[in-house]
Design a protein around this ligand. Sequence first.
Ligand code: SF4
Length: 432
Amino acid sequence: MSVSRRNPGELQIDLFCRGVRIDPSCTLQDDARVIARTRAGLGSGLELVVPGPLKDLWLNAPVEEDFAAESPYALRKVGAGYVVHDARNDEVYAVRLPPEPKWYRERTARGTAMKEIGVLQGTYLGIYVSNSCMFWYRDDPENCKFCTTGFNVGVNEVAQKNIDDVVETALRAKEESGVTFVHFNTGDQNGQGLRQIAPYVKAVKERVGALVGVQAVPPAVDRDLWQYDALRDLGADHFSFCYEFHDPKFFAELLPGKERTVGQGAFFRALEYCQSRMPKGACSGEIIAGVEPLSATYAAIDYITGLGAFPTVCIFRPVVGSDMEHYPSPSYDDMVPVMRHMYERCRARGIPIGVAPNIEVSLIVNPDDAQYLVPRTLGFKLDRLLLKAMKILAKPKFAYELRPRPVRGSLGIWDEKPALARIAERKSSVAV
Ligand code: SF4
């Protein structure tokens, strides 16, 4: 069957699914960001930008996995620029390689390499704040099966991040790379993940000025959900909940640590708790498409958007070294309708997409990227005008958020709250 020319959104998805071969003409060491295997999950590839008339699309293209070696796509250098060539139909697509930021080669005042503190993933700064995820450190590891973090953090990254190092790195990333969003992640920290992230949120808000996102394994019990309110008081703007698989059987089997410690329900309760207190789109549910049945992926998108949250949908990547490295990469024909559905559900629920300034996540198909997958109807055009107007109206708010400012919250609440909860429990047992 002949393959038609892809539009930018289709090309992004096809590259996620098939990967890209690197032609000998490429000089990536001079022109590209280093291939950073420094984070959890599915980012092990080459950062690319596919330019397009509606928006440019960022992606972290698979290059190291076996399936990428079989890809019909090859990256070639032509003059000073780069193209992707599709061997199936001889189509050629201009792409851009975002250069490595200068600060990747620099050190903080304490002598720490900045790229061991945080890395750009698309246009945001991702920081893994502390010792690697505890799911890896058991006699019988309980890591998520798609993940390789246990091999990376502490080897390619500093295991315990110093707050001054983080502030300095985030300031440089903001000044030189235009970063507006700093995302903190911990993996499992024996129930202490949110507490561990808290001082970093406060420091970035007060000393850098950026939108701040937080991702950690949620509390096992609902009485600990107050930590999200405390983090908001410290400046957190966004919470993401990486529950990965909607089908409980896939969740249990592929995420054994999450299943044993908190269970899938904890992710749902935390997402519902946070999104019900925050503006539409301030929280996200993270899922991986291409492993569980598609009906579960559609159900996940409906559930997440039904709450008013943002679906972040990763296309599964069988990362080299992970337990799932021999799983097949998902099919393009399956992933296009999934991403189209994601866009349509976001818009049907009035979830603002593409409104925050300069946040392009290269590990996923951003909901706004999927605008290339829907027909250009009058309704579509009117909706895009509405989103444009929202973006303009939101500018002053974001300008305010990007200024360093004192926060009202206190880190001490983590010591006070458990004591208060114990007093309340004692009082209620006396009353009984
Ligand atoms: S929680 Fe899972 S995906 Fe996250 S770092 Fe730990 S093992 Fe990896």
